[in-house]
Design a binder for this molecule. Structure first.
Ligand code: ZN
Length: 227
């Protein structure tokens, strides 16, 4: 027996509904006028049958009457149409609530990922890097790599660097800065480091140099790849 899970109660199937309607449908609207409503079960019973609140076994005994009483058939048809309409509305409401849940979950996931991106921090570890001059990469040393999506840089300055103010920038290999900022280095656990906010989203991917200096000193440059 085919059922719509959870919606079709008390043993009715679509086939039962159709069987009832088919049995009732053969000209019943006019052939059995029954103006005095003799033997009619009453609208409460019709309503319970149409809404499937009455078990089918109990409803069976009224089917003979419904097949021989035009007013009851008309009432039943209207009630059943209303019931089908409400059931469709229920299905639509369930579908809508599923869409809402999916939508909310989607937004939550979106903001979660966005949030993860916002707090993303890149570490630029300069501690054991040789100090190339003029932005030339030191052969055998991999350039630094930074995602353009990062929002914070944590720069570990070369060993022995002093605390205090520093200037930093990321420049193209021809020397134009795509990002510049100031920070104050502090010594913690033997590492002199600076944390700065960064926005590299408008810089194209490619080769750059990361430059750092004490104020009024010369830049020290490290090759860096933005990707
Ligand atoms: Zn009747």
């Amino acid at each position: 027996m085919q059922r719509e899970a959870g919606l079709n109660t008390k043993g009715y199937s679509e086939r039962d509904d159709k069987r009832i309607l088919d049995a009732l449908g053969r000209g019943l609207l006019r052939e059995f006028p029954n103006p005095d409503r003799t033997g009619c079960p009453g609208s409460a019973v019709l309503k319970r049958i149409a809404s499937h609140e009455m078990p089918l076994a109990e409803a069976e005994k009224w089917l003979d009457h419904l097949t021989s009483c035009s007013p009851c058939y008309r009432d039943f048809s209207e009630l059943q149409a209303g019931y089908r309409h409400r059931r469709m509305q229920t299905i639509l409401a369930i579908a809508a609530s599923i869409l809402i849940v999916v939508g909310v979950a989607g937004w939550a996931l979106f903001f979660k990922q966005k949030g993860a991106a916002v707090v993303q921090t890149a570490v630029l570890d300069l501690r054991n890097r040789s100090v190339p001059r003029g932005g030339e990469a030191n052969p055998g040393e991999q350039p630094l790599e930074v995602s353009r999506a990062v929002r914070h840089l944590n720069v570990y300055l070369p060993l022995g660097s002093s605390e205090g103010p520093y200037e930093m920038r990321i420049a193209t290999t021809t020397g134009s800065a795509v990002f510049a900022t100031n920070g104050v280095a502090s010594l913690k656990d033997g590492v002199t480091s600076i944390q700065v906010a960064v926005d590299l989203s408008s810089a194209p991917s490619g080769q750059y140099v990361f430059q750092v200096r004490r104020p009024d000193s010369n830049w020290t440059s490290y090759p860096v790849i933005l990707h």
